[in-house]
Design a protein around this ligand. Structure first.
Ligand code: ADQ
Length: 467
């Protein structure tokens, strides 16, 4: 078995199993079992650093960790700058929120070059290298420049936008070209793959063959979708254990005949949080009889603080929540409970299980693991209802959810009402189809399918085959 080398901006904590992010935990588990090498930013920035700085090397169990410190200013321009103020809004179709500065792409490339230079001397000939996400798109290209002939794969966790939008970036051509340095370029959904194909075809004259390969500069790159998922049984187990105070809250809701809607998202403008709060307001306007009959529990930890668009979305959400609560609350009921911090995973899972509706309404999302966590956590005998935005990648496979358009408040309010009063038979029927889909696209199948593709001989580039 070839050694697997993961490259990501952050390295998951391989010592601990109590982290908050589902994906980081799942990847760390897989690496602990399989063994391999993991390279990422060390979490530390320093004033100045030579271009060929070496990473700190540490063996944790079967995993060799390469932790790279990065220079302060360059890191800021790469991370808060290009990655999160240019690529994130651009790839989430939000051209209006792009904040561009020519220093950003420069730093982005400098950091990607640093990653490649620091990694190359540690690679073995038959390693499988798997680069994660939008922070590190050009790493593969720089590894190739250094003469690396290993099989290289890349997975994009966020959406890939249509060509017309991508072209708003001055660097669109080189971003796509650097993706073609990999043997496998993986995306979340069929829609993302179509967008990539469309760009290749209409902007570069490259047409993928019937097996999904595109050939450019003597290299064949497989382009395909690998929908990410969760560890269904682990999450289900986590959810089944209800802490006393969560159970008490559930009983209180039952006694008062009150349903609980739950929303869980980083406080990000892509998640459609203001629209969600406005939909609650619209529901109460359309159905005054629902006053006191439900509440929304919104859990949104802070994220990317210091980036202007994130500070703005926080202010907007707090203003809207205050306004809607002020308008509808009574002395013994508030329609929205809002928690602005990270919640331990076991607690989060049990809060999801005791909820009647999962309200997942991103304006655009690569996949959205919360939608899958909601399905996994439900009691199959008395399951809650998933209300899901059509613009979440998860909607491609979770077609048995109640699908909404987050830009259409009337549609959201109407369907949220349907979800709150949905009869048990229909809830069970939908849940059966949903849990099947969530199992089919779980984290193990994502991991295995990507690696199988990367290992497949057909994924080898012609250049490599000739050498
Ligand atoms: P995210 O944008 O972070 O991920 P998501 O897929 O929903 O979005 O994953 C968030 C994870 O964090 C979930 O496991 C959730 O339970 C957890 N989480 C959220 N709020 C929390 C809180 N308050 N406390 C504790 N845990 C919390 C990116 C892409 C997604 C893609 C994933 C994986 O934007 O589209 O699905 O990567 O590829």
């Amino acid at each position: 078995m070839s050694r697997l080398v993961i490259v990501s901006n952050r390295i998951a904590d391989l010592h601990s199993t109590t982290q908050s992010g589902g994906l980081a935990v799942a990847l760390a588990d897989a690496m602990r079992k399989r063994g391999g090498m993991w390279m990422g930013w060390s979490g530390k920035t320093v004033r100045a650093l030579p271009d060929d700085a070496s990473p700190h090397v540490e063996d944790i169990g079967k995993v060799r960790v390469l932790a790279l410190p990065l220079p302060e200013q360059e890191f800021d321009d790469y991370y808060s700058g290009y990655a999160n103020s240019v690529l994130w809004p651009l790839f989430h179709y939000r051209l209006d929120l792009i904040h561009y500065n020519p220093a950003f792409p420069e730093a982005y490339h400098a950091i990607n070059r640093r990653f490649a230079r620091a990694l190359a001397p540690h690679l073995r000939e038959d390693d499988l290298v798997w680069v994660q996400d939008y922070h590190l798109i050009p790493v593969g290209h720089y590894l190739r420049q250094l003469g690396c002939r290993q099989r290289l794969g890349f997975f994009l966790h966020i959406p890939f936008p249509p060509a017309d939008l991508l072209e708003a970036s001055p660097e669109h051509a080189e971003l796509v070209e650097t993706l073609l340095a990999y043997d496998v370029a993986g995306f979340q959904t069929r829609a993302d793959v179509n967008n990539m194909h469309d760009y290749l075809h209409h902007r570069m004259g490259l047409v993928p063959d019937a097996n999904g390969f595109v050939e450019s500069a003597g290299r064949r790159t497989f382009i395909g979708n690998f929908p990410i998922g969760i560890d269904v049984d682990a999450f289900r187990k986590l959810a089944a254990d209800t802490p006393g105070d969560v159970a008490f809250d559930q009983i209180r809701h039952q006694v008062l005949n009150r349903k609980q809607i739950i929303g869980i998202d980083r406080l990000d403008y892509s998640k459609g949080l203001p629209q969600r709060v406005q939909a609650i307001d619209r529901l109460l306007q359309q159905h005054p009889e629902m006053e006191g009959r439900f509440s929304l529990l919104q859990i949104s930890p802070p994220t990317r603080c210091g980036v202007k668009a994130y500070d703005q979305i926080r202010t907007e959400l707090e203003r809207l929540t205050g306004a809607v609560n002020g308008r509808w609350s009574d002395f013994n009921w508030t329609p929205i409970r809002y928690i602005h911090r990270t919640v331990p995973r076991d607690r989060l899972a049990s809060m999801i299980r005791v909820s009647d509706v999962g309200f997942v309404t991103p304006l655009r999302d690569g996949m959205n693991l919360v939608a899958k966590e909601f399905v996994a956590a439900q009691d199959p005998d008395d399951p809650g209802v998933l209300v899901l935005s059509r613009f979440a990648g998860a909607a491609e496979d979770l077609t048995a959810a109640v699908i909404v358009n987050p830009y259409d408040l009337d549609d959201m309010a109407r369907k949220l009402h349907d979800a709150l009063v949905m009869p048990l038979d229909e809830r069970r029927e939908r849940h059966e189809a949903l849990i099947e889909a969530v199992r089919e696209t779980d984290i193990a199948s994502w991991f295995d399918a990507f690696l199988a593709r990367l290992e497949a001989p057909s994924a080898h580039s012609q250049t490599e085959a000739r050498l």
